[in-house]
Design a protein around this ligand. Structure first.
Ligand SMILES: Cc1ncc(COP(=O)(O)O)c(C=O)c1O
Ligand code: FES
Length: 455
């Protein structure tokens, strides 16, 4: 009896002290958090010199997605009670963390039709792309000196290729058609006896077009060249099967599929085995390909996100397609001169990249601050260059400047789409009212035939 009372007192004491301890921790953490970078008052938010009336609605899921609350639920225990190092071999903390990492590996593998043994955890698709491109070429450098990729890859693929060029490797950057898709015959013609890798992304991040990965895989098999695909924007969005696609390497990211940022994976085929030179040296984790302590909570989050995607991909796809149609029809009902960038048939529905004729790009973006979207022009960067992806499609410079990428995701609602339509239409109409070009077009003048005076 006494011992029971003692135990219950102790528990209460403990509970109290942990509570106090937590409070203390929280206030210390709060004190360490810097003042918010923005100014917020009853009339709105000012940040980076821009005033907006409230939090913009989010249509930029290609940049990143929010973490699904079910994913966060799965992650939290691995920050708190089950915080062990998955590589600790001598106690329960290590074992349970290791077991969680292996479960996550199986969840990722299952979404792409791979074996868990073929999954290496990394910090994201950027790292996976670096390992794939530089890692393969460095490993086979004595015999293979040539890489084939496309002009519309993500910067981290293009930059890895540029790095290889500086080291003396040859790179072919395949062009794309006006629909954003590569020509398979050009790929076939580009393959040489010393080609060590073909790297073509599955879904393009800017325009959402889906490359013919299965056909590319077939060609690579025919020529016995390893095929790498950057599937950061494809994972959980379109069905992926590493066997059907015949890929040797595939790059994946956690934060594009409602998982956490800072985690990704690399698929590395075992049969026939593909070898890479590690980019990181250290403790030999992840079969020596990616040394460093595996971040259990992040990896668990990525695994949970993959499992959810597997279950809900079909449902999400239907909703997202319907929202895309609503957005495009809604805009086109009220505006003419709206062009979809990239193939309409071969695209992932969650990405709608549109250009608006007869408006000035910068003004359009500035007027759309209540919608968080990305632009196809680099207006906001120092270069003032339009997107290299749109340029590769042959989009006119003025149209490239007015391109906007609308990203629709799992949590996007009809009401948000309707608001985006309303705000976009209003802004484009406002700008066109001020545009002498648009005035001429309405009067039936073909402005393409006008001979402008040269200065
Ligand atoms: C196609 C593509 N590849 C690679 C990346 C980089 O992914 P991560 O942020 O995981 O490094 C992104 C994300 O911006 C992407 O869209
Ligand atoms: S619209 Fe201003 S530089 Fe592109």
């Amino acid at each position: 009896m006494t011992s029971k009372l003692f135990a219950s007192n102790l528990r209460q004491q403990l509970a109290k002290s942990t509570h106090l301890f937590r409070r203390q921790l929280l206030s210390t953490a709060a004190a360490a958090v810097p003042e918010p970078q923005h100014h917020e008052d009853s009339t709105g938010i000012t940040m980076k010199g821009v005033k907006i009336s409230g939090r913009p609605l989010y249509l930029d899921v290609q940049a990143t997605s929010p973490v699904d609350p079910r994913v966060l639920d799965a992650m939290l225990p691995y920050y708190l009670s089950r915080f062990g190092n998955p590589h600790s071999r001598t106690h329960l903390y290590g074992w349970e963390s290791d077991s969680a990492v292996e479960d996550a590996r199986a969840q990722v593998a299952s979404l792409i039709g791979a074996s868990p043994k073929e999954i290496v955890f990394t910090s994201g698709a950027t790292e996976s792309n670096n390992i794939s491109i530089k890692g393969v070429m460095h490993f086979y450098k004595d015999k293979k000196r040539h890489v084939i990729t496309t002009q519309t890859e993500h910067k981290c693929v293009l930059d890895s290729c540029r790095h290889l060029q500086q080291e003396g490797f040859d790179v072919t950057y395949l062009p794309v058609g006006t629909d954003g898709i590569i020509d398979l015959e050009k790929l076939r013609a580009a393959i040489r006896p010393d080609t060590g890798l073909v790297s073509v992304m599955a879904v393009n991040n800017e325009i959402g077009v889906v490359q013919p990965v299965e056909e590319i895989g077939k060609i690579c098999k025919e020529f016995n060249v390893p095929f790498h695909t950057d599937a950061a924007q494809a994972l959980g969005k379109i069905p992926i099967d590493v066997e059907k696609w015949n890929v040797s390497l595939m790059s994946l990211s956690g934060h594009k599929i409602y998982g956490p940022k800072g985690v990704g994976a690399l698929y590395l085929r075992r049969r026939p085995r593909i070898r890479v030179e590690p980019q990181m040296n250290g403790g030999g984790q992840e079969r020596g390909i990616r040394s460093g302590t595996v971040p259990t909570p992040l990896v668990v989050g990525m695994g949970a996100a993959c499992e959810l995607a597997k279950k809900e991909m079909e449902y999400d796809e239907k909703r997202i397609s319907a929202l895309q149609e609503r957005l495009l029809n809604g805009i086109r009902e009220k505006l003419d001169g709206v062009v979809v960038n990239g193939s309409m048939e071969r695209r992932y529905a969650g990405n709608l990249n549109l250009s608006f004729a007869y408006v000035e790009g910068e003004s359009l973006l500035m007027g759309l601050k209540e919608v968080a979207v990305s632009s196809g022009s680099a207006c906001t960067s120092a270069s003032l260059e339009p997107s290299y992806v749109l340029r590769a499609l042959g989009v006119d410079e003025d149209m490239a400047h007015t391109s906007i990428r609308f990203g629709i995701g799992r949590f996007t609602t009809e009401a948000e789409i309707d608001r985006a339509i309303d705000l976009t239409v209003r802004q484009v109409e406002k700008l066109r009212e001020m545009s002498p070009l648009y005035e001429m077009v309405k009067e039936g003048i073909n402005i393409k035939e006008i001979q402008w005076a040269q200065h």
